[in-house]
Design a protein around this ligand. Structure first.
Ligand code: IYR
Length: 235
């Protein structure tokens, strides 16, 4: 394959005081994001969701394969089918005892159950599929790289974009998710990754009071002096 031509790249550079202020503001804004399970039926223009998907699709990806498909669903009948199939699986998980006890306990504080009304209430559902492989021009399989990482990053950008737009979403993973491939008519090289209901939060929307880990629990700095010389640095 020939090398891509290159183009000049420029990024806005902020003076330090402004940089510091912006960093605080971005954190404050992101810190207000919450996963929402209670949506308003208020409409959201299709073009807004399309732009959010464009933004998500700017994500870096292995070998720039962009191995994702965002399936947009606004049709009430398709939303209803997704809800019914998702609730069938989740009923088995929560009420039928398929969730292992440890998992049930981990979810208990969040108050989730098998009912997924948001799959019908939210004006849009975006189902993201990972493309486990693609196709060459001659119909042979074309390998994709770092698929989970790539699609995960695209989903992160999607979530951040929606939040900046004042829209709410939820990373919903009905388990198992295979029913979505059939229901949405996706080809065999694609696997469901995350279901995103998208819309405005309901007027009476409440979310669990969560506390996020402080910085010192999610970040450490490593300096050469902190490391042993024999390379055995694990506790
Ligand atoms: N997929 C189920 C269960 C669930 C699992 C985890 I991990 C969560 O953080 C939340 C829910 C459901 O959607 O209810």
């Amino acid at each position: 394959m020939p090398r891509n031509p290159t183009v000049a790249f420029e990024l806005r550079r902020f003076a330090e005081a402004e940089l510091r202020e912006r960093a605080r503001l971005v954190f404050d804004e992101m810190d207000r994001r919450r996963s929402v399970r209670s949506f308003s039926a208020d409409p959201v223009p299709r073009e807004v969701i399309e732009d959010a998907i464009r933004a998500a699709s700017t994500a870096p990806s292995g070998a720039h394969r962009q191995p994702w498909t965002f399936v947009l669903v606004g049709d009430p009948e398709v939303k209803r089918r997704i809800r019914i199939a998702a609730e069938d699986e989740e009923r088995e998980n929560y009420a039928g005892g398929r969730l292992p006890p440890e998992w049930r306990e981990a979810l208990a504080p969040l108050g989730t159950d098998w009912r997924k009304p948001f799959l019908e209430t939210a004006p849009w559902i975006v189902v993201v599929f990972e493309q486990r492989y693609g196709w060459n021009g001659d119909g042979t399989r074309r390998h994709n790289y770092y698929v989970k990482e790539s699609v995960g990053i695209a989903c992160g950008l999607f979530i951040a974009t929606l939040h900046r737009l004042g829209l709410a979403t939820l990373t919903h993973t009905p388990s198992p998710m295979a029913f979505l491939s059939d229901l949405l008519g996706r080809p065999r090289n694609e696997r469901p990754f995350i279901v995103f209901p998208v819309g405005y939060p309901a007027d009476d929307c409440r979310v669990p009071e969560l506390v996020r880990k402080p910085l010192d629990e999610v970040m450490i700095e490593v300096r050469a002096g902190d490391l042993s010389h024999n390379g055995d640095n694990r506790p």
